[in-house]
Design a protein around this ligand. Structure first.
Ligand code: P6P
Length: 336
C-alpha cells in the first residue's frame, strides 16, 4: 500500500503536541521558515538568469565578499521572521550584531531567538552548485517582554529547541528536528508545497565517504593527517572515497543518507576552524545526533561548547558515529 503523502503543514500540526513547549509558536516559526525557503528558492533557481550574481560589493563581518544572493536570502529570512512577530531576536552570519525585534514593546511576549546562515556555500552560486540555509532556534533565557540580550544567543548547542537546513539542490528540501528525530521534506515547485519525502533520517553507523578540503592537508593537526592516511590506505575493510562539494549542507546531507564524515579542522587560514559555532556547527550537530550520528570539535561534543562570541569559529567533525569516534581516537593518539 502506498505511503500516505503528508505535507509539511500537516506534519507540523500532527506532531505539535509532542513538542515540550507546544504553544503553537514554534509551529508558526517553522511555517515562517518554510515560506522564506520558498521565496529564496525561487531566486536561487533563477540566479543564472538575472543579474543577481556576482559580488554585492560589501563584505560581511567575516570579511567575505557578499554575493547578492547572500544579501537577498538574509533580507528575506529576517523579513519573514520579523513580520510574523514570532521571535524576539535574530542573529545572522550576514549581520555584525544580533537584531532585537520589537524590544521597546513590552507586549512582545515572543519566546524564541533564531540564528541563521542565510546562504551557506554561496561561493558556489556562480558555478551552479548546491547551496543551503541553516537555522538554529532557542528559547530566550532573559525575561519575556524585556529587550533581548547577547545571553539569549550565546547558549550551548544542547539548549536548541529546533534546528534544520534548506538545501537548494537538484530538488529543494527542508530538513529539521525539534528533538524527536530528523525528517526531510521535498518541495514540489509546481504547487509550492513541501512533502514528507525522508521520514526519520538516520546516519548509517559507518560510511565510506570522507569530506574534507585536502588542499589544507599540510596545515592539519597530526591526528587529522593520520586519519586521512588511514582512509586512503584502501584495504578491504576500509573502501573509503573522498567527496567534497565545498557546501556544508550538501556534504552533510549526502553523508547522512549514504554514511560518511565531514571534517573542517584547524588550518593555516583558520586556526580555530572555519565554520561558525552558533549557526553552522550547532544546528548541524543537533541534526547529526538526532540522526544517530555524532559531532565533535575533536576533543568534545560540539553541543557542549559554551559560546563566548556571536561569530566564533570551531573545528568541526561530524557524521557517522563510528567514523567520528575514529577521528577522535587518532587525534587523542597524536596528542599523547
Ligand atoms: P573551503 C562555505 O563557505 C563553508 O562555510 C561550508 O559550507 C563549506 O563546507 C566550507 O566553507 C568550504 O570551505 O575552505 O574548503 O572552501
Amino acid at each position: 500500500m502506498s505511503q500516505k503523502i503528508q505535507t509539511l503543514g500537516e506534519f507540523i500540526i500532527e506532531y505539535q503536541s509532542s513538542f515540550r513547549y507546544s504553544s503553537g509558536e514554534l509551529s508558526r516559526l517553522i511555517n515562517s521558515i518554510r515560506l522564506a525557503a520558498k521565496v529564496v528558492n525561487h531566486e536561487v533557481n533563477k540566479a543564472g538568469l538575472v543579474d543577481i550574481l556576482g559580488k554585492a560589493g560589501d563584505t560581511n563581518v567575516q570579511g567575505e565578499n557578499q554575493q547578492k544572493l547572500d544579501v537577498y536570502a538574509n533580507e528575506k529570512f529576517i523579513q519573514m521572521l520579523t513580520n510574523r512577530n514570532i521571535v524576539c531576536g535574530i542573529a545572522s552570519e550576514e549581520e555584525d550584531d544580533f537584531i532585537s525585534i520589537n524590544s521597546n514593546d513590552n507586549n512582545n511576549q515572543n519566546k524564541y531567538v533564531v540564528l541563521i546562515d542565510p546562504l551557506d556555500g554561496s561561493s558556489n552560486i556562480d558555478v551552479n552548485v548546491s547551496v543551503g540555509t541553516i537555522f538554529s532556534i532557542y528559547r530566550r533565557v532573559t525575561p519575556i517582554g524585556s529587550p533581548v540580550s547577547l545571553d539569549d544567543f550565546l547558549q550551548k548547542g544542547d539548549e536548541q529547541v529546533a534546528a534544520g537546513y534548506i538545501i537548494y539542490g537538484t530538488s529543494t528540501m527542508l530538513v529539521y528536528t525539534t528533538g524527536h528525530g530528523v525528517n526531510g521534506f521535498t518541495l514540489n515547485p509546481a504547487i509550492g508545497t513541501f512533502y514528507l519525502s525522508h521520514p526519520d533520517m538516520t546516519f548509517p553507523n559507518k560510511g565510506q565517504i570522507y569530506s574534507v578540503n585536502e588542499g589544507n592537508y599540510v596545515h592539519f593537526p597530526q591526528g587529522i593527517k593520520d586519519y586521512i592516511k588511514y582512509c586512503q590506505q584502501q584495504k578491504d575493510d576500509r573502501p573509503y572515497t573522498s567527496r567534497y562539494i565545498g557546501s556544508l549542507v550538501s556534504d552533510f546531507h549526502r553523508n547522512m543518507i549514504k554514511g560518511g564524515i565531514y571534517l573542517y579542522p584547524q588550518s593555516a587560514a583558520y586556526p580555530n576552524g572555519k565554520l561558525r559555532l552558533l549557526y553552522e556547527c550547532n544546528p548541524i550537530a543537533f541534526l547529526a545526533e538526532q540522526a544517530n550520528g555524532k559531532a565533535s570539535c575533536g576533543t568534545q561534543r560540539i553541543l557542549e561548547v559554551l559560546p563566548k562570541t556571536l561569530h566564533q569559529r570551531s573545528p568541526f567533525i561530524c557524521g557517522s558515529a563510528l567514523m567520528v569516534e575514529d577521528v577522535e581516537a587518532f587525534l587523542h593518539a597524536a596528542n599523547k
